[in-house]
Structures are given as C-alpha cells and as structure tokens.
Design a protein around this ligand. Structure first.
Ligand code: B12
Length: 325
C-alpha cells in the first residue's frame, strides 16, 4: 500500500482516468469537466461514486472546438441530445436545451432545429437497431417533459388570431409532433386545441363545431397506413358542416395531391415552418371574408412555396399546386 504522502501512480496511457485527472489534462475546472460529462459531451461511466473517462475521448473533445468553434458546437448538440434522451438522462438532456437557449437559440429554433432532428435521429437509431425500443420510449418521455418546460415560452398576450384544432386520427400513436406544432402556432398568436394522438373522427367534428373563430382543422399523421382514418375524420368534419379549411399534414402526408386524395382542402407543407406559413396565410387579413375554397387555394400556394424552398427529396412546387382547390 502506498503511504498517504506518496502521489498515486500515473495511469497508463489507455487506462480510464478520474474526473479530477480529466480536468487537469484538459486545463479546465473540475466542475467544467463534470458538466462535459453530464451534458454528454464527454463519454464517461460511473463506478460507485466515481466517473471514469477514456483518455482517447479527451482528444476527441478538443478536436471539434479547434476546427470550427461556433457552428460546430451548435450542430454537435443534436447527437448529444440524442445520447442523453436515449440514456434516459432528463437532467442532461435539459442541460443541452438550456445551453442552446443561453447560447441565443430561441424556443422555435430549439424545437425545429434541435428537438425535431434529435427525435428523427432517435428514430433512425431505433430503425438501425442501435437504440432499443426501451431507449426510444425513454427518449419520447424526455421529449414530452422538454416540451412541457418550453411550452410557456410560446404563450402570447393579447387578442388571438383565431383557433386551430389539431390532432392525430384514430390509430395514430405519435402525439409529440402535434404538441410541437401546437406550441409553435400558439407562439404566432393562435388559440390551439390539441386533441393529441388517436382521436376518434367524431371528436374532430365535435371540437371544431364548438370552437370560436375557427381558422383551420389540421389532421396530423406520422405513422404510415392511416389514410382511411384521415378520410373518416375529414368525412365527419364535412358531415358536421365545419366550414373552416381542413388541412392534412405530418410526415405520412407527402404532397398536396396526397392531402386532397384524403379529402382535405390542402396540405400543410413538408415541415413545421411550412405548416406555420400555411396557417398564417389562412388567418391573413381577408381570411374572415374568404370562402373555404379560396382559403384552401391560398394555403396550397403557401405549401408549394415551402416545398420548393425545402428542396431535396421534398415534393416539387408543381406537385403541391396541381389540381383544383
Ligand atoms: C417517438 C416515436 C414514437 C413513439 C411516439 C411517442 C409520442 N408520444 O409521440 C411511439 C413509441 C409510440 C412510436 C410508435 C410507432 N412508431 Co414511431 N417514432 C417516433 C420517432 C422516434 C419520433 C416522432 C417524432 O415526434 N418526431 C418529431 C416530429 C416533430 O417530426 P416529424 O414527424 O418529421 O414532424 C414534422 C412534420 O410532420 C411537419 N408537419 C407539418 N405539418 C404538420 C401538422 C401536424 C398536425 C403535425 C403533427 C406535423 C406537421 O412538422 C413537423 C416538424 O417539422 C419517429 C422518428 C421520426 N423520424 O420522427 C418514429 C417513427 C415516426 N415511428 C415509426 C414507426 C414505424 C412506429 C410504429 C409503427 C412502430 C411499431 N411497429 O409499433 C409505431 C406507430 C404506431 C401508430 N400507429 O402510430 C417510423 C415510421 C416509418 C415510416 N414512415 O414508415 C419512424 C419514422 C421511425 C423510423 N425511423 O422508422 N413512435
């Protein structure tokens, strides 16, 4: 046994090192090194009370900062958030969000440029088998908590621009996309009634029928194979003589043509920003005096512009404006 005055032997080059040794090697305060670990920036495993770090990870931690400081750090948050969410580390996941907010990203940016890509990343990892079903569920639960904490930031005072009713149709289990879109719409001054996932067709009609100053009903579908369910919701809205435009959106509705084939008046467009632009157009100054068909035509143009801007494998603008309103 070494005496208490003898310094501990230096660990071998590849042996795991303590947090204190990590801080010393990085030239940072112990608490800074601890924050790197808690935010997932530095991989570590906990043995009893102690964190152990692979020295090779210190080099990886230094490299990105040296290469491209600002931009790199922001893009690097998505994989860190995926890592924290799938590990079930709510505090660590929140720290990533908090860093983004204190770094100047607004709540809309946090949703669309951090949380949405992270959720998609979780899905890819699950599909590739590198994250288990349990990991995906842990990540979903943490996403729900993050949305709960960020939601109040979207509250707007003053006169509302009208009401949007949205939800997932019967059979749809994904509620997070609708919760995100709801907050974003609230942030633009709308009252939003989010019916959540798995909404019976008749409940869309009942809610829309009771809503004051209804701007639009959005049926959001993420899971594939639910076209009939969307058709049933649209049919119930028509049967109840709801006069506001019915939009179909979400990852499983891919074009204006698709939305119309489901009976909807228009498509939200391919992503969250497009959906906001589409609803904004509907609620424009002349919205109150327009017919459903005119409003839907306007929404279609907005979706087309957004699809064209999104580019890549998104549907083309021609696709989005084809066919009569
Ligand atoms: C979390 C999750 C779940 C959770 C949902 C928890 C919850 N409370 O929401 C659970 C575990 C329940 C789940 C279940 C399933 N899931 Co899932 N899930 C996901 C995951 C990882 C994240 C979903 C999410 O919130 N995304 C973030 C949102 C905001 O992104 P987004 O969908 O792209 O939304 C944008 C657009 O849709 C757009 N938008 C435009 N207008 C509008 C309007 C509205 C109203 C909305 C909502 C959106 C919208 O704006 C959004 C923001 O830009 C995705 C991965 C992914 N790529 O998204 C898989 C994913 C969607 N799931 C998938 C699958 C296969 C399933 C299951 C069928 C699995 C199974 N075998 O049981 C079931 C579905 C059952 C059902 N019938 O619904 C696949 C779908 C593949 C496909 N397209 O064919 C995905 C893509 C995973 C994958 N890579 O394969 N899932």
């Amino acid at each position: 046994m070494p005496s208490s005055t003898t310094p501990p032997p230096a660990p071998g080059a590849s042996e795991p090192i303590s947090l204190r040794e990590t801080a010393r090697r990085l030239g940072v305060h112990y608490m800074t090194a601890y924050r790197y670990v808690r935010t997932g920036r530095l991989p570590a495993r906990q043995v009893g009370q102690e964190w152990l770090i692979d020295p090779a990870d210190l080099a990886r931690l230094r490299e990105p900062a040296a290469a491209e400081p600002g931009r790199r750090a922001r893009r690097d948050r998505v994989p860190i958030l995926i890592d924290r969410m799938t590990a079930g580390d709510e505090a660590g996941a929140w720290r990533v969000i908090d860093e983004a907010l204190t770094g100047g990203q607004d709540a809309t940016g946090v949703y669309l440029d951090l949380l949405v890509p992270a959720l998609r990343g979780v899905g890819e990892a699950w599909a590739a088998g590198s994250v288990s079903v349990a990991g995906e569920h842990r990540a979903s639960a943490i996403a729900q908590r993050i949305i709960g904490r960020l939601g109040p930031r979207f509250a707007r005072r003053g006169r509302k621009r009208g009401t949007v009713v949205l939800g997932g149709p019967a059979g749809e289990q994904h509620s997070l996309p609708g919760a995100l879109i709801s907050d974003l719409l609230r942030g633009r001054g709308f009252d939003v009634i989010d019916l959540g996932a798995n909404t019976p067709a008749g409940s869309f009609a009942e809610t829309a029928g009771q809503a004051g100053q209804l701007v639009a009903v959005i049926i959001g579908v993420t899971a594939p194979g639910l076209d009939d369910s969307v058709r049933a919701a649209v049919a119930a809205l028509r049967a109840a003589a709801v006069s506001a435009p019915v939009l179909a959106g979400g990852a499983a509705v891919t074009s204006t043509e698709h939305a119309r084939a489901l009976g909807a008046d228009a498509w939200t467009g391919p992503d969250g920003r497009a959906a906001l632009a589409t609803v904004d157009r509907l609620a424009g100054p002349r919205a109150a005096t327009r017919t459903t068909a005119q409003a839907a035509q306007s929404a279609t143009q907005s979706a087309a512009q957004s699809a064209a801007r999104a580019g890549g494998d998104r549907p083309s603008a021609t696709d989005a404006v084809s066919g009569p309103a």
